[in-house]
Design a protein around this ligand. Structure first.
Ligand SMILES: O=P(O)(O)OC[C@H]1O[C@H](OP(=O)(O)OP(=O)(O)O)[C@H](O)[C@@H]1O
Ligand SMILES: NC(=O)CC[C@H](N)C(=O)O
Length: 577
């Protein structure tokens, strides 16, 4: 990332000059995906911690924020999910400026973003120049209730739902973080992953910084506090220019809401307005819909968007390389009713299904989806193939996303617990099954078996993404390369492994063709292994990593042992910084 000349920046409060996206996208509304509860394994783990919350306040003149955190009304709980290498989704962020119900609106918006993170949730609100924060582990509904929200009055607030990518899953790492520095207080909520935070943290600690968490996000606060620039906005820019990797961040201060997106725009961030003029920023437009804010546009890659008493200002301060937005948002993460990177997620998925029907047709009687993420692509496939779409798998809404389950054994069990076949739809039929992705192959192999046991004559798997061969380092903590089945097996070998009669993936070239001129603006590292920002400092999970850890390479040992060994290694690393 090229450094901007900060001396020229204070006068450059302006709309970004070269905006990479068409801003005229319309806002499409679709029914909301049912928000997922954590799976049974999470639930039991959360049961001790779900009620654990912490409340902190930061006044303008806060002199010692650390002592205030330590004296918060509840102690930190035990780490409730201390698995630093499990695959995870992303975080969701929201920020509201200029609404008397700011914290309640944040609370609602966090519900809409719950699919992006279920480990912890928090809100920071500003009232009379004091930042007040409540964070807790578990779901938004576990953390907040009327009484808690009553403690967060004020006209501006930010919120966060977390899936950890750096730093263990524990209360102290739940965002937003709040800190006091010599010119005031600042709260931060981050979606993404910083690939250079270990070096940044080491430098900061060399210079005397004391860290309160093990999250990558905390370095941002220290960089702001130690920046030599003024005013606050330039401190933010100065700090962000030192960051590498993915960050869609909302900041809150006594008098401002600031939204920043990294120059590559890896993770989404959108802006909207309520009818009373309140400004809203959020990870996905589904959050805007819920709180009746009208979607205006994205926060652009490299943009710093500021809402304060003077209105909305946009600073285009960071250099603009070619954007590299996460394609997996469209394939799996985002809700289909969201507009992400200026495109309807629903439309993307429907077209992925159409492409599969055109490029990998097969004689069949019925098309079914693996709910939830496969539904829209299956609808596209069925419409294009002219074959009826039916609900051949019923999904339990009390079981969470299996992609994020911590161990292989639990994932196996989780698939059966979550998805039940409908014999009336499947018996004697040639069935096309559409899913959004194959990560480890757990879901597909179990599903093929379930469907065959329900009497299907043939099962044809169609996957609405190219094969996933690379781990993600930009906010989606996908498994090690060894765990990615497409990294270990050919398509035919995978077909054999999952036991289907045929298997086809969305061809990578067709995906790029579909995106057209916008195609170079996406990050495809998970399909190509080519990383726009090299994750130099982070452990690249390749063959040999787990061999060195003394494990034999079976999937179970990766889950049960490699993770353990790696986690210990990480703890040592952090401690020795
Ligand atoms: O190959 P695997 O390792 O099994 O992972 C792939 C599966 O995980 C996801 O489902 P998930 O249950 O997480 O999410 P969803 O309910 O949103 O479809 C995805 O939709 C695939 O079905
Ligand atoms: N998934 C995310 O966006 C995580 C944000 C941040 N890196 C954390 O671990 O808390």
């Amino acid at each position: 990332m090229a450094a901007s000349n900060l001396s020229t920046l204070s006068s450059s409060l302006s709309k970004p000059s070269s905006l990479p996206f068409n801003t005229s996208n319309t806002h499409t509304s679709f029914p909301h995906k049912t928000l997922q509860k954590p799976s049974f394994i999470h639930k039991s783990s959360f049961s001790h911690a779900a009620s654990e919350t912490q409340k902190t306040s930061f006044a303008v003149a806060s002199k010692n924020p650390i002592s205030e955190i330590v004296s918060s009304n509840k102690p930190y709980p035990e780490v409730y999910y201390d698995d630093d290498e499990k695959p995870r989704e992303e975080c969701g962020v929201v920020g509201i400026y200029g609404d008397p119900e700011a914290s309640r609106l944040c609370y609602l918006a966090l519900h809409a973003l719950q699919h992006r993170g279920q480990e912890g949730a928090g809100i920071v609100a500003v009232n009379d120049g004091v930042l007040q924060s409540i964070t807790g582990v578990g779901l938004v509904s576990d953390v907040f209730n009327e009484t808690k929200l009553d403690q967060l009055p004020g006209n501006s607030a930010i919120g966060h739902v977390r899936y950890s990518t750096a730093g263990a899953s524990m209360l102290k790492n739940v965002q937003p973080f709040v800190a006091g520095y010599r010119f005031g207080s600042v709260g931060v909520a981050h979606n993404g992953n910083l690939v250079n935070y270990i070096t940044l943290r080491a430098k900061l600690e060399d210079n005397g910084s004391i860290f309160n968490t093990t999250s990558d996000t905390e370095v941002v606060l220290h960089l702001i506090a130690t920046s030599k620039h003024r005013p606050f906005l330039l401190r933010i820019v100065d700090a962000c220019e030192k960051l590498e990797g993915a960050y869609s961040i909302v900041f809150i201060t006594e008098d401002k809401l600031v939204a920043v997106r990294d120059p590559f725009g890896f993770r989404p961030l959108v802006m909207g307005r309520r009818s009373n003029g309140a400004i809203v920023v959020a990870s996905e437009t589904c959050a805007l819909d819920l709180i009746e804010a009208t979607y205006e546009r994205e926060v652009y890659p490299g943009e710093v968007l500021v809402a304060d008493k003077n209105g909305l200002q946009s600073l285009c301060l960071m250099s603009h390389p070619q954007p590299k937005q996460c394609i997996f948002e469209h394939i799996y993460f985002a809700l289909p009713n969201s507009v992400v990177f200026g495109r309807s997620v629903y439309e993307s998925r429907r077209k992925f299904g159409e492409i599969l029907a055109t490029e990998s047709p097969v004689d069949c009687d019925v098309v079914i989806a693996v709910p939830d993420s496969g539904v829209v692509a299956a609808l596209g496939y069925a419409a294009k193939a002219g074959v009826p779409f039916q609900q051949g798998l019923i999904r339990s809404h009390y079981v969470g996303r299996t992609f994020i389950e911590p161990s292989q054994k639990i994932r196996d069990f989780g698939v059966k617990l979550k998805l039940s076949p409908v014999r009336a739809v499947l018996e004697g039929k040639r069935v096309v099954v559409v899913d959004d992705s194959i990560v480890r192959g757990t879901t597909s192999s179990k599903i093929v078996r379930l469907i065959k046991e329900a009497g299907a004559k043939e099962v044809h798997m169609r996957i609405a993404s190219p094969p996933i061969i690379g781990s993600c380092y930009y906010g989606v903590d996908t498994p090690s390369a060894e765990e990615l089945i497409s990294n270990r097996m050919s398509v035919e070998e995978i077909r054999d492994f999952i036991g289907s009669d045929s298997l086809a993936f969305l061809p990578f070239d067709s995906l790029k063709r579909l995106l057209g001129n916008d195609s170079p603006n996406f990050c495809y590292a998970c399909f190509s292994g080519k990383y726009p920002v090299e994750p130099r400092e982070l452990k690249v999970k390749r063959i040999g990593d787990f061999v060195d850890d003394g494990l034999n390479g079976s999937l179970e040992s990766i889950d049960g042992g490699w993770v353990q060994a790696n986690r210990n290694q990480k703890e040592v690393k952090v401690a020795s910084l």
